[in-house]
Design a protein. Structure first.
Lengths: 708, 722
C-alpha cells in the first residue's frame, strides 16, 4: 500500500497529464473524446484498487468568534475559540472487485497542553458494505446507507439556496458531513438496501425492483444513564419499489412503512405517570412519467412529465399505566373442633381487595390522507443556451403524513458560536435557549469538540426509568471518571434524526423557515395545494440565471385559508470562462422572498451575493454576503410571555484560500455576523413591552486541510 | 444504488444536461488527478509496550490489619502506539498516532480496551527551506525560553533506565522538547559560508482551553479535592502562546546569535463559567461559578531572550578541541494579582458578602544562563567539562521553560494509601523509585469500602481520585500556571529536584553547575559533578538558601576491553545534595540553620552472555535527612526527618535492538521513614497525611515514628519501537 501504491498511482497519473497536453493540440471534438477517456482511466485508478485503502481528510485550525451585545450579562464571556486537529480516516477494503467495505473513523483533538487527555476515543463514523453484483444488475448496501425513493415516500427535504457562493456552500457541506449528512435528497439510514435493474430488455428500457429495511431508533439499554440518542422503543422502517420503463414511459410504485415495536418497550417497565406513544406510518405511492428523449432523441430539447400519487395511513396507539382493583385470594390453614373434642385441620379461602398498576394499551388516533403532484418539464439547448423549465401542481391532504419524506436535515435553533455567553435578562436567556442563534449561524457554522467527561456532561438519572423521572442520581459524584475519558460533542444546526408526527407537531412553530416556509417538510408537507415553477438558464458555462415561483394554499389546518407565496431569482457570471481565461472568476447573487398571508403572517427576504475569484496561481479569493430578514406578523409564541416578531440577520464572510498540494488548502477567513431579534415580553407584573436583542459576532477562521 | 440509474434519473432530473465542454472535462480531470495524487501511500510505524507486574506491599507495623486495602497490586497492560504517516513523500502530509490499550485478560471483551487519539497533525514543506506543522508538535528553543526540564540520574542502571524510558514514552516525551498543539513554522536557509545559516521560527499554540474538569479526578488536578490556587488544571480562559525564534549561524556556523520573543496570555474575553451543585449536593440547585474558582487571574507574560555563542575551537580550526560558549539573557514581564477582600453588605440570609478587590502589577524578572564546554577529543580518549552558570532572579517567570516533566506520584500499591496519594512525595508509602520508574496507563482502583454496589462506591470514594480508571504516571509535558508551579514546589521530591527543580530556568538561583566527563573509547567513562547555587532573594524568615551538589560516577565495559563483542558493563555513581538556609535572626529572633541532605547511590550491571540474551541488575539507594529547622511542615504536622530508600532489581532480558527488548525482572523497594510525631503525641490523638493509616499515637510514646515498608516487584516487560 505504501511505496508500491506510490508507484502504481503516480506514474499513470503523470502519463495521463502528459497525454492531456498532447491532446490539447488536436481538434475540439477529439480533445473531448480523449478527455473522457482520461476521466474513465482516472476513475478506474481511483476506484478499482483491490485490497485495503486508507484515505481521509485532516484539518487543523482555529475558529475564534468574538461577540458583542448589550444583552450579554456583565460577566458574560464574549469570545469562544475553537482550536483543533481533526482527521477523518476512510478505510475501504475490496474483498472482490464488485464489493467494498467502508469504515470511516474520526479523530479529534482540541488543542491544549495543560493536562493529560487520556482516552480521547477514536469514534466510528460510517460502516457499510456496498457493492454492485450480478453483472452490475444489483446494487446493495448494508450498514450505513443513503436511500431515496420518491418525494412523497422516502426522501430528505433540502434547502434550495440559489447561487449560494462557494465560501458558504463549503461550510454548509462541512457542517452536514459532521453528522454524516450530505446535500442530496436521499435519507441517511442504517440497515439493508438492494436495488435491481434489468437494463435494456428489447423495447423495455429498464425493470427496477428495490427493497429496503432499516432500524431508525434504538431502545435505551442503560436506563440509569441519560443519552441523547435513544428512544423508549425500537423503530423500524421497511419499504419497496418496483418500476418499469418502456420507450421513455415509466410506471412504478413505492411503499414505505415506519413503525415502533411494542414488544421492545414492554421489556422495560414504565412509571405510573408515563405514557408511551407508538406510531405506525404507511405510505404507498404510484409514479408515472414520460420523457421525449427516448423516442425523439434528435430534438434539441426534451420534454416530458412526471407525477406521483400517494396514500398515507398513520396510526397511533399508546401504553399507559392504570390503577386497577384486584381481588387476591389466599389459602388459610385452620381447624374445627369435632364433637368428640378433637381438632380437624382444614384449609379455607379468604379474599381481599388490592390496587395494582397495569399497562393499558389503546388506540390514540388514525389519519388517512392522499396527495399527488404532476410535473411537466422541458429542457435542452437552444442557440447555445441551456435551459430547464419545470412546473408542478401539487396537492397534499391535511391528513397526509409521510414521515420518511418529511423531516428536513436542517433544523436550526441552536447556538453554535459563543455558546458560553449568558444574558442580562430572563427573556433573552429564554430566547437563546428556545429560538437559538441566527439561522445563518446555524446554516454555516459548526463546532466539534472532544471534551473530558465530567459532572456537567455526565447526566445520570435518579430512577431506572427515565420517561417520568428526570431527577439526577444521588450517585452522580461517585460515577465520575477521574477526568480520564473524553467524548465527542457536535454543535450545529443539522440533525439526521427522523421525527415522528407527534414530535413534528412540537417542532412546527420553531422550524426555521430557512428551509422552505411554504413546504417546511418538503413536498410531503401536509395541507398544501398549489403550483411551483422553476427555470434555469445557462449560457456558455459562463452565465447562469435561475428563477423560482411557488404559490401554495393551506386550508384545513388554519382558520382562514393561508396562501404561501415564494419567489426567487439568481444570476451568476463566471468571467473567467466568459473571457476564456484558465481560471474561475465567479460573481453571483440571488434574492428570495417568501410570505404567508394568514396564520402567522410571516414573510422572509434573503439577499445573497458572492465571489469566487481564482486570482493567481494557487490563490483564490472567496467572499459571500447574505442578509436575511424574517417578520412574524402574528408573532411566534415561545412561551406564554414571549412572542417573537422579527428577526434580522446578515453574514459577511471573506477570505483567501491557497492550494498547497492536490486537494489540500490553507484558508484564512474573516466574517461578521449580525443577529437582531424583535420580540414582545410580558413581565411578572403583566406588563407587555417590545424588546430587542442584538448580537454581533466577528469570526476568524484559519485552517489547513489535507486530503490523502 | 438509489436514485442514480437512468430510469429514475429521468424522473428526478432537476439539473440541466451539461454540455461536454472542454473546460468542464478539464475541471473533472484536474479533480480526479488530484484525487489520484492524493493517494500517495502510507507508512506505518509505532511502538508496543507490554508490562505484567505484581507488586506486593509488606510491613510489620500493621499486625492487626488496620489497613484493609489490598496488599498486592497487579498491572497487566499492553499499549500499542500505531503511527500512520499518510502521503509520506509529498510536500503535504498527515500524521495520525492511535493508541490501542488493553488489559491482559480474556474474560470479558470491550471494557478494558481503549483506542485513543494521541497525536494528530498535518505538516508540509515549501521547497527545502520552509517547514510547517499544524496540530500536535514538539519544540524546544533554549533552556530559558521553550524547554521541558527533566531529571538526570548519573549512570542510572540499565534495568531502571529502561523502565523510565517506557514510562516517559507512554507520555510521549522526547528529550527536552515540549509537546504543544497549534501551528509551528520553521524557515531554515543556508546563506553563505560567511553568513552561515539563518533559522526563523514562529509558533502559535493553545496551552489550555476553557473546559470543565472535575475537581475530584486523579487526572486534571495537581491536588484533587483541594480548593487551593493551582489545585486544578482546569482553566477559565483559553491560554495561548505566541513565540518567535530567530537564529543566525555565521562564520561557517561557528558563531551563534539567537533571539526569542514569547507571549503567553489568557484570552480574558473567553472567561467562562459552569454550573455546579454547591458542595456536590445533588438536591441543591445548580449555581453558576467559574470553571476554576481557585485560580481566576489571567496570565499575561512576555518573555524575551537573546543568545550569543561561539564554537571557538571551530573558528580556530581545531577539530579535536572543544571550546563552546553560549550566553543567554532573558527577561520576563508577568502580570501578578493581589486579592484583598472587604465587607460589602449582607445577603438575604444575613451572611456577610465580601468584595474581591483585585490589584495587579507587572513583575520584571531576568535570567542569565552561560554555558561553557571545554575539552579535548583524541582518538582514544576525550575529556569535556560542561559548566552552566545561572543567575535567575526571583521574579523571573516563564512557565514554558519552568514546567517540569517530572511530578512525583504514588504508583504501585496506591490502593493502600489511596486517600492521601494526592500528596505525592508526602504520601506515607511514597518512594522516589516508585515515582521514577513505575507506571500503569489504566489503573482501576478499588473502592475504600470494598463494596461494589452504588452505596459502596459512593462511600468508597477517596480524597485523591474517583473510583474509576486513571493513568498513573509521574511524567508529563503539561504546562503549568504560576500558582500550579508554586503548588508543585511544595510537592517536589528533594532527592531528585532539590537544586534546580525547574531546570536551568528555575527562578531565584545564582551559581553554577559543572560536569566533567572523561571517556576512554567506549570502554570506560568517568564523570564528576559539582553544583553550587544560592537564592538571589531570600524567602521570609530565612537568609538566602544555599544548594550544593557533588558527586561522581563511572561506567566500565569489561568485555569490550578484553575484546568481546558483547557488553559487560559495570556502572555506579554517588551524588550528594544539600540545602542550607540560615534563619533570619532579625525576623525569627533566633539563630540557626535549616538543613536538608540527600545522598543518591546507583550501581548497575549489564551483561550479555549469549547473543541478545542478557542479565541486568541494579541497586539504588537514597537517604534524605532534615534537621529540625529544615523539616518540611507544609502539608503535615509530623514532618519527615530521615528517610532511607533502597531499591534493587535483577532480571534477564532478550534485546533485539536498543529500544526493543523483552525482560523478566524481580526486585524490591525498602523504605524507612522517620517522622517527628511529637505534636501528635502531645495532642494525644490524630494522624497526618504523610503517616500510614495504621499509625497510632498509642504505639508512639517517644513522638518519633519510624515507618518501615517494602514492595516486592515482579515484572515482565516488552518494549518494541518500530
Amino acid at each position: 500500500m505504501n511505496s508500491n501504491m506510490k508507484k502504481f498511482v503516480v506514474l499513470p497519473a503523470m502519463a495521463l497529464f502528459f497525454s492531456a497536453s498532447v491532446a490539447a493540440a488536436e481538434g475540439q471534438d477529439s480533445i473531448v473524446v480523449q478527455q473522457k477517456s482520461l476521466i474513465e482511466k482516472l476513475d478506474s485508478l481511483n476506484d478499482a484498487v483491490l485490497g485495503l485503502r486508507i484515505n481521509g481528510t485532516a484539518k487543523a485550525g482555529v475558529m475564534a468568534s468574538k461577540a458583542e451585545s448589550d444583552q450579554f450579562a456583565k460577566e458574560s464571556p464574549t469570545q469562544e475559540n475553537q482550536a483543533y486537529t481533526d482527521v477523518d480516516l476512510r478505510l475501504s477494503a475490496h474483498p472482490t472487485s464488485e464489493t467494498q467495505i467502508s469504515v470511516d473513523v474520526r479523530l479529534h483533538k482540541d488543542w491544549q497542553s495543560a493536562y493529560d487527555e487520556n482516552n480521547n476515543p477514536v469514534i466510528g463514523h460510517w460502516f457499510s458494505y456496498d457493492g454492485t453484483i450480478l453483472n452490475n444488475h444489483l446494487d446493495f448496501n448494508l450498514g450505513y446507507m443513503r436511500v431515496g425513493y420518491s418525494p412523497l415516500t422516502l426522501a430528505t427535504p433540502q434547502p434550495e439556496l440559489l447561487q449560494e457562493p462557494e465560501i458558504f456552500a463549503e461550510k454548509r457541506v462541512y457542517a452536514l458531513a459532521q453528522r454524516n449528512l450530505d446535500t442530496t435528497s436521499r435519507r441517511l439510514m442504517q440497515g439493508v438496501n438492494a436495488e435491481y435493474h434489468s437494463g435494456e430488455l428489447g423495447i423495455i428500457d429498464d425493470i427496477m425492483l428495490q427493497a429496503t429495511g432499516a432500524r431508525m431508533r434504538n431502545i435505551a439499554k442503560k436506563t440509569d444513564q441519560v443519552f441523547f440518542d435513544f428512544d423508549f422503543t425500537d423503530r423500524y422502517v421497511y419499504g419497496g419499489r418496483a418500476g418499469i420503463g418502456l420507450m421513455g414511459f415509466y410506471i412504478g410504485g413505492n411503499y414505505v412503512d415506519a413503525f415502533d415495536r411494542l414488544l421492545s418497550r414492554r421489556s422495560l417497565n414504565i412509571a405510573n405517570n408515563d405514557t408511551v406513544y407508538y406510531e405506525d406510518n404507511r405510505v404507498f405511492s404510484g409514479e408515472i412519467g414520460f420523457t421525449s428523449q427516448k423516442i425523439l432523441p434528435n430534438l434539441p430539447f426534451s420534454f416530458g412529465v412526471k407525477g406521483e400519487m400517494a396514500k398515507s395511513n398513520w396510526e397511533v396507539e399508546r401504553d399507559y399505566m392504570v390503577e386497577k382493583e384486584d381481588t387476591i385470594y389466599n389459602l388459610v390453614k385452620g381447624f374445627v373442633y369435632q364433637a368428640d373434642g378433637s381438632r380437624d385441620s382444614l384449609v379455607y379461602v379468604t379474599s381481599s381487595l388490592t390496587t395494582v398498576n397495569e399497562v393499558e394499551n389503546e388506540s390514540y388516533g388514525k389519519l388517512h390522507g392522499g396527495s399527488f403532484y404532476v410535473e411537466p418539464f422541458v429542457n435542452g439547448n437552444l442557440a447555445g443556451i441551456e435551459f430547464d423549465l419545470k412546473g408542478q401542481y401539487i396537492q397534499v391532504d391535511d391528513d397526509f403524513w409521510s414521515e420518511m419524506a418529511s423531516t428536513p436535515t436542517y433544523r436550526g435553533g441552536s447556538v453554535v458560536l459563543n455558546s458560553n455567553a449568558f444574558y442580562r435578562s430572563a427573556s433573552d436567556s429564554m430566547l437563546m435557549a428556545d429560538f437559538g442563534s441566527a439561522s445563518l449561524e446555524n446554516l454555516y457554522f459548526s463546532v466539534y469538540n472532544s471534551n473530558t467527561l465530567n459532572a456537567t456532561n455526565l447526566m445520570t438519572s435518579g430512577k431506572k426509568n427515565v420517561i417520568g423521572n428526570k431527577g439526577e442520581s444521588s450517585y452522580l459524584y461517585s460515577r465520575l471518571y477521574n477526568n480520564y475519558k473524553n467524548a465527542h460533542f457536535y454543535r450545529n444546526g443539522y440533525s439526521a434524526a427522523v421525527q415522528k408526527r407527534l414530535e413534528m407537531g412540537e417542532l412546527l412553530s420553531l422550524l426555521d423557515p430557512t428551509v422552505d416556509m411554504a413546504q417546511p417538510y418538503g413536498m410531503a408537507t401536509p395541507d398544501r395545494k398549489g403550483f411551483t415553477l422553476a427555470l434555469d438558464l445557462k449560457w456558455n458555462d459562463a452565465v447562469t440565471l435561475n428563477g423560482r415561483f411557488k404559490q401554495l394554499e393551506q386550508e384545513k389546518t388554519v382558520e382562514k385559508t393561508n396562501t404561501y407565496t415564494e419567489m426567487a431569482g439568481g444570476l451568476g457570471v463566471d468571467f473567467g470562462v466568459l473571457f476564456n481565461l484558465d481560471r474561475h472568476l465567479i460573481l453571483q447573487g440571488s434574492y428570495a422572498y417568501s410570505e404567508e398571508d394568514e396564520f402567522l403572517k410571516r414573510n422572509a427576504g434573503r439577499v445573497m451575493a458572492g465571489a469566487t475569484l481564482e486570482v493567481w496561481g494557487p490563490f483564490a479569493l472567496l467572499a459571500g454576503y447574505q442578509a436575511y430578514e424574517r417578520h412574524f406578523g402574528n408573532g411566534v409564541a415561545l412561551a406564554e410571555n414571549l412572542e417573537i416578531k422579527k428577526s434580522t440577520e446578515s453574514l459577511l464572510l471573506g477570505g483567501l484560500r491557497m492550494k498547497i498540494a492536490p486537494l489540500s488548502y490553507v484558508s484564512l477567513q474573516y466574517g461578521v455576523l449580525n443577529n437582531e431579534l424583535g420580540y414582545r415580553w410580558t413581565d411578572e407584573s403583566g406588563k407587555t413591552s417590545s424588546k430587542k436583542m442584538s448580537i454581533d459576532k466577528n469570526v476568524i477562521v484559519a485552517d489547513v486541510t489535507v486530503n490523502f | 444504488m438509489n436514485m442514480k440509474t437512468s430510469v429514475f434519473a429521468l424522473l428526478m432530473a432537476t439539473a440541466m444536461a451539461s454540455a461536454t465542454a472542454v473546460a468542464d472535462n478539464q475541471k473533472t480531470i484536474d479533480a480526479k488527478a488530484d484525487s489520484a495524487l492524493a493517494k500517495r501511500g502510507v507508512e506505518i510505524g509505532g511502538s508496543i509496550r507490554a508490562v505484567a507486574q505484581r507488586s506486593s506491599f509488606d510491613t510489620d507495623q500493621d499486625p492487626s490489619g488496620l489497613n484493609k486495602m489490598p496488599d498486592v497490586e497487579r498491572n497487566e497492560f499492553v499499549s500499542a502506539d500505531i503511527d500512520f504517516r499518510f502521503r509520506p513523500y509529498e510536500s503535504v502530509r498527515a500524521n495520525v498516532m492511535m493508541r490501542l490499550g488493553g488489559g491482559m485478560q480474556e474474560y470479558f471483551a470491550a471494557a478494558s480496551k481503549t483506542l485513543a487519539v494521541e497525536w494528530i497533525n498535518v505538516e508540509g514543506n515549501l521547497g527545502n527551506s520552509f517547514y510547517w506543522v499544524a496540530g500536535d508538535f514538539r519544540q524546544q528553543y533554549s533552556p530559558l525560553t521553550l524547554y521541558l526540564p527533566g531529571i538526570d540520574i548519573m549512570y542510572e542502571p540499565l534495568i531502571f533506565a529502561r523502565k523510565r524510558h517506557m514510562a516517559q514514552k507512554q507520555q510521549l516525551i522526547e528529550g527536552n522538547q515540549r509537546n504543544l498543539q497549534g501551528v509551528n513554522l520553521q524557515f531554515r536557509k543556508e546563506l553563505s559560508p560567511a553568513l552561515g545559516e539563518v533559522r526563523a521560527e514562529a509558533l502559535l499554540a493553545r496551552v489550555n482551553r476553557s473546559a470543565v474538569l472535575d475537581f475530584s479526578g486523579a487526572e486534571g488536578n495537581i491536588m484533587a479535592n483541594e480548593d487551593l490556587p493551582g489545585a486544578t488544571l482546569a482553566s477559565n480562559m483559553d491560554k495561548w502562546l505566541v513565540a518567535g525564534n530567530l537564529e543566525l549561524f555565521p562564520l561557517s556556523k561557528n558563531v551563534y546569535v539567537g533571539a526569542t520573543p514569547m507571549y503567553i496570555f489568557d484570552n480574558e474575553d473567553s472567561y467562562s463559567y459552569t454550573y455546579r451543585h454547591p458542595a456536590n449536593y445533588v438536591n441543591d440547585p445548580y449555581e453558576q461559578e467559574s470553571i476554576n474558582p481557585f485560580d481566576v487571574d489571567a496570565q499575561q507574560t512576555m518573555v524575551v531572550s537573546g543568545r550569543l555563542g561561539a564554537d571557538v575551537a571551530g573558528i580556530m580550526g581545531k577539530k579535536n578541541l572543544v571550546v563552546d560558549l553560549v550566553a543567554e539573557y532573558a527577561m520576563s514581564n508577568d502580570k501578578v494579582y493581589t486579592h484583598t477582600y472587604t465587607e460589602d453588605g449582607t445577603d438575604e440570609n444575613g451572611e456577610t458578602i465580601y468584595k474581591d478587590n483585585v490589584t495587579d502589577e507587572k513583575l520584571n524578572g531576568s535570567a542569565i544562563l552561560a554555558t561553557m564546554n571545554l575539552g579535548y577529543k583524541a582518538n582514544s580518549w576525550n575529556a569535556v567539562l560542561n559548566v552552566n552558570g545561572v543567575r535567575n532572579d526571583s521574579n523571573w517567570f516563564n512557565n514554558l521553560s519552568q514546567s517540569p516533566s517530572f511530578f512525583a506520584q504514588r504508583i504501585l500499591n496506591s490502593d493502600k494509601d489511596g486517600n492521601v496519594v494526592k500528596y505525592g512525595v508526602h504520601a506515607p508509602l511514597y518512594s522516589s523509585f516508585d515515582a521514577l520508574y513505575n507506571f500503569a496507563p489504566k489503573f482501576s482502583p478499588v473502592a475504600r469500602t470494598l463494596k461494589t454496589d452504588d452505596d459502596g462506591f459512593k462511600n468508597g470514594q477517596t480524597n485523591s481520585y474517583n473510583i474509576a480508571p486513571y493513568n498513573k504516571n509521574s511524567w508529563g509535558t503539561n504546562v503549568y500556571t504560576r500558582s500550579q508551579l508554586a503548588l508543585l514546589e511544595s510537592l517536589n521530591d528533594p532527592a531528585l529536584q532539590m537544586a534546580l527543580p525547574n531546570g536551568l530556568a528555575t527562578s531565584n538561583r545564582l551559581g553554577a553547575q559543572a560536569v566533567g566527563t572523561f571517556g576512554w573509547k567506549d570502554y570506560a567513562e568517568v564523570q564528576g559533578l559539582f553544583t553550587m547555587l544560592q537564592q538571589v532573594n531570600p524567602i521570609i524568615g530565612f537568609e538566602k538558601v544555599a544548594y550544593t551538589e557533588y558527586g561522581g560516577g563511572a561506567k566500565f565495559d569489561v568485555f569490550k576491553l578484553i575484546g568481546f563483542s558483547k557488553p559487560l558493563e559495570l556502572s555506579g555513581s554517588y551524588k550528594h545534595s544539600e540545602r542550607k538556609a540560615d534563619l533570619d535572626a532579625a525576623i525569627v529572633g533566633a539563630a540557626g540553620t535549616g538543613e536538608l541532605k540527600s545522598d543518591f547511590i546507583n550501581a548497575g550491571l549489564y551483561v550479555q552472555f549469549l547473543p541478545r540474551l542478557g542479565f541486568a541488575a541494579g541497586l539504588q539507594m537514597i537517604t534524605t535527612e532534615y534537621n529540625d529547622i529544615g523539616a518540611d511542615y507544609r502539608w503535615t504536622v509530623a514532618p519527615l526527618m530521615k528517610g532511607t530508600q533502597m531499591q534493587w532489581m535483577a532480571g534477564f532480558d532478550y534485546t533485539v535492538a536498543e529500544n526493543a527488548w523483552l525482560s523478566i525482572n524481580f526486585g524490591m523497594v525498602n523504605v524507612e521513614n522517620e517522622y517527628n510525631t511529637a505534636s501528635l503525641v502531645a495532642a494525644g490523638s490524630g494522624g497526618a497525611v504523610n503517616l500510614p493509616d495504621y499509625y497510632t499515637v498509642a504505639s508512639d510514646p517517644a513522638g518519633s515514628f519510624k515507618s518501615k515498608f517494602s514492595q516486592t516487584i515482579m515484572e515482565a516487560s516488552i518494549n518494541v519501537e518500530f
